[in-house]
Structures are given as structure tokens and as C-alpha cells.
Design a protein around this ligand. Structure first.
Ligand SMILES: Cc1ncc(COP(=O)(O)O)c(C=O)c1O
Length: 437
């Protein structure tokens, strides 16, 4: 399909994309035809290094041969099945996932999208505690379903939506580069959390049920909470009988250099985690994982969560294989090595290029915040747009992120299988683009 034909189809048949959204103007961007490993190729045959891992679903590398193989095999035997009966790939996935979950997390249920899993995790916390109010971080993102997950996606301007879900509110994100209370870590003694919880107590409409957060706030600009933040938050949850939910959509299954992103937090064990994105190696499957006790308590209150395709053998088989790949091919180790290579290159660049204000992230989740002035930290939105365009022209794809309407953070998320040569090529394209901006 050539570009002219593609544009015509989009114009006549495709639902229009809101120009203000990050999906706006899709018609002008490359139209993808093929992918392999860390490379995607467009309809003109131009290859790009995919440093956004597709929509994060390709963190194991596009078209991982073991995923393709298991999909082909499962298609020959059992593609789709009734949820009213168990199927073998589903059982195998429960067991395989359960065995890698940090104790006491053990029980899993499967859904299709990341948003599905968040909705199910919130319902689970509400049923298990009898509470209602949910807290999230004010630059967090937890999905795009029209009611609950968008209401909890404070980074995504929830005022764009007609109505928000009741009993959902935000606390301040621990964003040390732009401290929301104008202080400095560690002298601040986590003032953002203390103030937030005082306000949350005043705002609760009932018994609170849970806090939900990402171990690293990805869409909000790759924000890594300071050491001890989540431990202190765990204590605040315990004081109030609230459960702690970690949304591991973007941080789970190796991407931060550990199996789960929360494992960087010393002494913190969540009650519930959700996984999605590359769980399935590119096919859509998500999971909610919790302890035996919490699952039991919720189910005794009538809790269940499902979708028509939630336990499809095809998706479950891909999910199981993705876990074997993560473990057997040491994806966490690969992510940690990529982190060292990218961060060291970026730190050298920052010595020379004043536009780089901050470098953040863990593993293959990397954030580079650009500012026009390092003291004032003025977001360099226009320069970042130009850098992104130059990189695209030169064969490197990534997404732009930020908070409060800014898009001044370049988020690099290479697949964990990206080679050193590919990392070096991407870094070199980026360097040239920043220098030219
Ligand atoms: C942290 C996080 N949670 C949940 C979701 C929602 O996942 P999905 O788009 O599969 O519904 C996303 C999507 O980007 C995400 O980044």
C-alpha cells in the first residue's frame, strides 16, 4: 500500500483522531508494514529503530521467534474457548506466573487490556476492604476506559472527559526534579506525602480502599520516586486499612532491570499488582495478581472480573511463553545492561548539551527532560518537537511525555533485546538531533 492510498483510506473510512491527542495527525506519520527485533519498517521500506517498543507491547523484541512459534502451535489446537470451562494454556499460565510472583502474591486472574486489569484491581480492593475511595498520583496514568481508569489518569487531564468516577482523587507525585511543594529531597522528609495524606483524609467520602501507583510514572514523564517514598506510602496505607496496588504495566516483567519495578523499593510489598503490555509478547493479555487471603476475602463478597476473551488459550499460551522468555533469556539483566549504556552516553551528552535538564529512569525505561534554562527549568517544548522530527527523519522512533500539558520529556523504551550496536546508533541519532536543535 502506498502513502496516497493510505491517506485516502484514512480520510474516507477512518474515525478522525483528535488533533490535541498524541494520536493526532497519524495520517502524516510512517505507516508500518513489518517489524523484527528492535526495527519497524514502513510502507516505503524505510527502517526505524523502535525505541518505544511498539505501544510497549514489543519489549521482548518484535516477532520474538518463541512467541511466533507458540502462537502457531496453539492456533492448530485451541484458539478460543469458553470461560465456563478451564483450558490447559490458562492453567499453565496461572502456575507459571504464580511461581515467579514475589511471595505472598500468588493468585492471578486474566483479562485483555491494561485498563481492564486496573478496573479489576480497583474492584478487587474495594470488595476486599469494604472501602470505596481510591488515591492515585497526580501525574499517573492507568488506562483509557471511559470511566474509572481515565478518572485515575490524572496525567491525562481527566477534565477532558464528560464525567469522572466518584471516590477517585489524586495526591501529589513525588517528582523531585520539579518538587510539587518547592522543597528538596531528602531535607523535605517527604513533605509531599505528608501534606497529600492530610488532604486525602479530609476529602475521603467513605472508608478508603486503596492507593494505586506506577513504580515509575511513565506517561507522566518517567518519574522515579525518591528512595523511601513508597515505603512511607505503604505505612500510610496500613494506617488507614488501604491496600497498595502497583500498576506494573510499564515496569513489570524485566523492564526496570528487576522482574517487577516495585522490587527496587526496599521493604515494600504490594497487596495487588497488575501486568499487561509485553505480557503476551505482543498479543493483548493482562493479569491482576494478589495474595490468597485478599482473593478469598473479595470472592466471599461476590467479586469476579472477566471478559469474553479473558482466558483465551491463544493469549494464555503467549503469556506463558513470555514469562519463560523473560526468565530464561534474562530480560532483566539485558535491561540493566541497556540502562548502563544509555545513561552513560546521556550523561556525557549532558556535559555538552545544555538543553538536557534531567536524565531519569530504570532499565529500558528512560526519560530525558529538556529545558531552555537549567536554573529556571523552563520546558523546552519547541526544541523537543524539532529533535523528535529530526530523529524520525533519521530512523529513530520514540514518544514525547511530560506533565501539565508540557511535552518536553523524550521517553526511550527500547526492546530489552536491543543490541549494543543498536543502542549506540540510536544515541548517535539523538545526539546529532539535539546538537542541531
Ligand atoms: C501504566 C499504565 N497502566 C495502564 C495502561 C492501560 O493499558 P491499555 O492501554 O492496555 O488498556 C497504560 C497504557 O499505556 C499504562 O501506561
Amino acid at each position: 500500500m502506498d502513502r496516497t492510498e493510505a491517506r485516502q483510506i484514512a480520510k474516507h473510512w477512518m474515525f478522525p483522531t483528535a488533533k490535541s491527542s498524541y494520536m493526532g495527525g497519524l495520517e502524516e506519520r510512517p505507516i508500518l508494514a513489518q517489524s523484527r527485533g528492535s526495527t519497524v519498517t514502513d510502507t516505503d521500506g524505510k527502517a526505524y529503530l523502535d525505541f518505544q517498543s511498539g505501544q510497549m507491547g514489543a519489549a521482548l523484541g518484535h516477532q520474538h521467534p518463541r512467541i511466533i512459534n507458540v502462537i502457531q502451535q496453539t492456533m492448530q489446537s485451541l484458539l478460543h474457548a469458553s470461560k465456563a470451562m478451564l483450558n490447559v494454556p490458562r492453567l499453565r499460565l496461572h502456575e507459571t506466573l504464580g511461581k515467579i510472583l514475589p511471595h505472598p502474591l500468588q493468585k492471578s486472574l486474566f483479562l485483555v487490556s491494561g485498563s481492564d486489569a486496573i478496573e479489576a484491581a480497583i474492584d478487587l480492593a474495594r470488595k476486599a476492604t469494604g472501602g470505596l475511595d481510591i488515591l492515585g498520583l497526580h501525574t499517573g496514568l492507568h488506562g483509557s476506559t471511559s470511566y474509572l481508569t481515565r478518572s485515575l489518569s490524572f496525567a491525562w487531564n481527566r477534565n477532558k472527559h464528560a464525567i469522572v468516577a466518584p471516590a477517585t482523587s489524586a495526591i501529589l507525585s513525588p517528582h523531585c526534579y520539579r518538587c510539587p511543594v518547592g522543597s528538596t529531597f531528602p531535607q523535605c522528609e517527604l513533605q509531599c506525602l505528608t501534606t497529600s495524606m492530610e488532604l486525602a483524609d479530609a476529602n475521603f467520602t467513605s472508608q478508603p480502599a486503596a492507593f494505586i501507583g506506577e513504580p515509575i510514572l511513565s506517561a507522566g514523564g518517567v518519574i522515579v520516586p525518591p528512595p523511601g517514598y513508597y515505603k512511607a506510602l505503604r505505612q500510610e496505607c496500613d494506617k488507614r486499612g488501604m491496600l497498595l496496588i502497583f500498576d506494573e504495566s510499564q515496569t513489570g516483567l524485566g523492564k526496570t532491570g528487576k522482574l517487577f519495578g516495585f522490587q527496587h523499593e526496599v521493604g515494600v510489598m504490594p497487596d495487588i499488582i497488575t501486568i499487561s503490555k509485553h505480557f503476551g509478547g505482543g498479543l493483548p493479555i493482562s493479569a491482576v495478581c494478589t495474595t490468597d487471603a485478599i482473593a478469598e476475602r473479595a470472592v466471599n463478597q461476590g467479586y469476579f472480573a472477566t471478559r469474553s476473551h479473558a482466558a483465551d488459550p491463544l493469549l494464555c499460551a503467549a503469556g506463558e511463553e513470555s514469562i519463560h522468555i523473560v526468565v530464561e533469556e534474562d530480560m532483566a539483566g539485558k535491561a540493566a545492561r541497556i540502562e548502563r549504556r544509555i545513561h552513560s552516553a546521556l550523561e556525557s551528552m549532558a556535559k555538552e548539551l545544555e538543553l538536557i535538564g534531567d536524565i531519569r529512569g530504570r532499565g529500558v525505561l528512560v526519560g530525558i527532560e529538556f529545558v531552555t534554562d537549567r536554573d529556571k527549568k523552563t520546558p523546552a517544548n519547541a526544541a523537543v518537537q524539532q529533535i523528535a522530527q529530526t530523529c524520525l527523519d533519521n530512523g529513530l522512533i520514540f514518544q514525547l511525555r511530560g506533565t501539565q500539558g508540557d511535552l518536553n520529556v523524550i521517553r526511550l523504551v527500547p526492546p530489552m533485546t536491543t543490541t549494543e550496536a543498536e543502542v549506540d546508533r540510536a544515541v548517535s541519532i539523538l545526539y546529532d538531533a539535539i546538537k542541531a536543535a
